[in-house]
Write a protein that binds this ligand. Structure first.
Ligand code: GLU
Length: 291
């Protein structure tokens, strides 16, 4: 079976050394495996993603010496496909319209904490969504949607987990060799009722990434460790949709000179900035240890 790798950036900012590492590593592993390397543009957030950032991605990656298959899949061109998957979850009663605003969520949690109840947080440190509006009647949901209230479609995690085989796990490669993998137990319940789609955008990162990895036949998802625990959510969706799970390899993150995580606003680690300040692609590769 041909191995398929992908680099899947979101064009909501400029690429930095961390992205360069991930892209170069994927391409290197694809070459080593005699496999394919795909580039996918994850631009479902049409308010933050821009054509300029997308053009910059192609420019930076080409400058680094990367080649990828054409046509590039751009997620914003596939909302109807993601919408069809969302519809399956709606029909199965596994998602619900969540109406609480940020302020309401905060107030609800504060109330619970005054009662001495400890409120759980997800692996990224955000408080879990209070499932209060899971109790709303169908009629009330309809009334609020028709009235134009803002909402997001959230996964009823408990119901979803009742539908999938237990225990849920994924295969994580031990190292870049990819041959040896270990079984990692997924704990999607740690994330609570995650957002699966928005009122006006029939998808989310988790829904599209799972759909596209399967559709494009991705065999190895190689990405940063910041997405390690999110894999649990993606495993639930793969099971619900009957999609095969790829092997995962979550690589270490590139840190700035001060030891802090890189962000898109860091001026000294942006690929364009490095190029414009005279660095060569070979130097950038050396900086991140991919020759
Ligand atoms: N689009 C995601 C990002 O920019 C990466 C998705 C993935 O590799 O699964 O962080």
């Amino acid at each position: 079976m041909t191995s398929v790798f992908r680099f899947a950036p979101s064009p909501n900012g400029e690429l930095h050394l961390g992205h360069a590492f991930s892209a170069l590593l994927n391409a290197k592993l694809a070459t080593a495996a005699g496999g394919r390397f795909l580039l996918r543009i994850e631009d479902i957030d049409t308010t933050r993603c821009t054509p300029e950032f997308e053009a910059a991605i192609y420019r930076d990656l080409a400058w680094l010496g990367l080649e990828w298959e054409e046509p590039v899949r751009r997620q914003s061109e596939h909302f109807a496909e993601y919408g069809a998957l969302l519809e399956r979850l709606i029909r199965a009663g596994l998602v619900y319209p969540a109406f609480m605003s940020r302020g309401e969520i905060r107030a609800h949690i504060a109330d619970q904490e005054t009662l001495g109840r400890h409120w759980p947080h997800d692996p990224d440190g955000a408080p879990l969504y209070p499932g209060v509006d899971k109790q709303l009647s169908r009629r009330e949901r309809r009334r609020r949607i028709d009235r134009g209230d803002a909402f997001a479609w959230r996964l009823d995690m408990e119901a979803a987990l009742g539908e999938v085989a237990h225990p849920l796990f994924w295969r994580e490669a031990r190292d870049e060799g990819l041959a040896a993998t270990e079984r990692i137990d997924a704990s999607p319940e740690d994330w609570g009722d995650v957002v699966i789609a928005r009122k006006d955008v029939p998808t989310s990162y988790h829904l599209s990434v799972v759909a596209d990895d399967a559709l494009q036949g991705v065999t190895h998802v190689v990405r940063g460790r910041d997405l390690y625990f999110a894999t649990g959510i993606q495993r639930v969706l793969q099971e619900l949709f009957g999609l095969e799970a790829p092997v995962y390899f979550h690589h270490g993150l590139v840190h700035g000179p001060d030891g802090r995580k890189l962000s898109k606003s860091l001026r000294d680690s942006g690929i364009r900035v490095l190029r414009e300040s005279g660095a060569t692609a070979a130097e950038v590769r050396r900086m991140i240890g991919i020759g």
